[in-house]
Design a protein. Structure first.
Lengths: 113, 113
């Protein structure tokens, strides 16, 4: 069965630290990849997405992600986090085989001021 | 701005009751989705619909049904609510499956006593 793995369930960082959240998926066909963020008390919203082309994609608020096809990975990065980045982050994969989105279990990020 | 609205933010029901969760989107999106969000489990797809009167089972459809009589409205029905259906329910819509982002509603926190 297809799956999406987010290995870090809880991450605590100090402001200005660098962030990398891991996301791996288990599907060999065509995939589209997404990172969503849920700030406390708010809707889930899109951070960035990858469909094709340059494997390094930039999103909102200084986030970026790199698609590494050989590793089935789509890790999220930010060079310097801010307190306002405290949120839960979800990786999602859409596959042409199943025609549906699959989400990871999420990573709760807490940034200390 | 895309808006996805859900009929209730909080709902408390008793075991065995029939529960209706309503979702409306105002952007003429073809695709609509119902997820449940539980801590440590991320978002799990219950049902989705790519057209009016069309529905497809997601990963956890047991105990749920859906209705899509109009393009903008997608209803989730719990035929006989049980305590293990206590959860946050999220509705989402998108223009094209896999190619576009999903827009999420604010969620309905359902408690079944």
């Amino acid at each position: 069965a297809q799956s999406v793995s987010q290995h870090n369930h809880h991450v605590i960082l100090s402001e200005a630290a660098s962030l990398e959240l891991g996301c791996n998926y288990s599907y060999g066909g065509t995939v589209n990849l997404f990172w969503y963020v849920q700030y406390p008390g708010q809707h889930l919203q899109l951070l960035l997405k990858y469909f094709s082309g340059d494997p390094l994609v930039k999103g909102i608020k200084g986030f970026e992600a790199e698609f590494i096809k050989s590793k089935f990975s789509f890790n999220l990065r930010k060079p310097s986090v801010q307190w306002s980045d405290t949120a839960e982050y979800f990786c999602a994969v859409w596959s042409s085989g199943t025609y549906k989105y699959i989400f990871g279990t999420g990573t709760r990020l807490k940034v200390l001021a | 701005d895309v808006k996805v609205t859900q009929s209730s933010r909080y709902l408390v029901k008793r075991t065995g009751e029939k529960v209706f969760l309503e979702c409306v989107q105002d952007m003429d999106h073809e695709n609509m989705f119902w997820y449940r969000q539980d801590p440590g489990l991320g978002l799990r797809l219950i049902y989705f619909s790519y057209d009016v009167k069309m529905k497809e089972k997601g990963d956890i459809p047991e105990g749920y049904s859906v209705s899509r009589e109009k393009k903008e409205r997608f209803s989730l029905i719990l035929e006989s609510a049980s305590t293990n259906q206590t959860s946050m329910y999220l509705c989402a819509s998108s223009r094209e499956p896999g190619l576009g982002e999903q827009f999420f509603g604010p969620g309905t926190r359902l408690t079944v006593l």
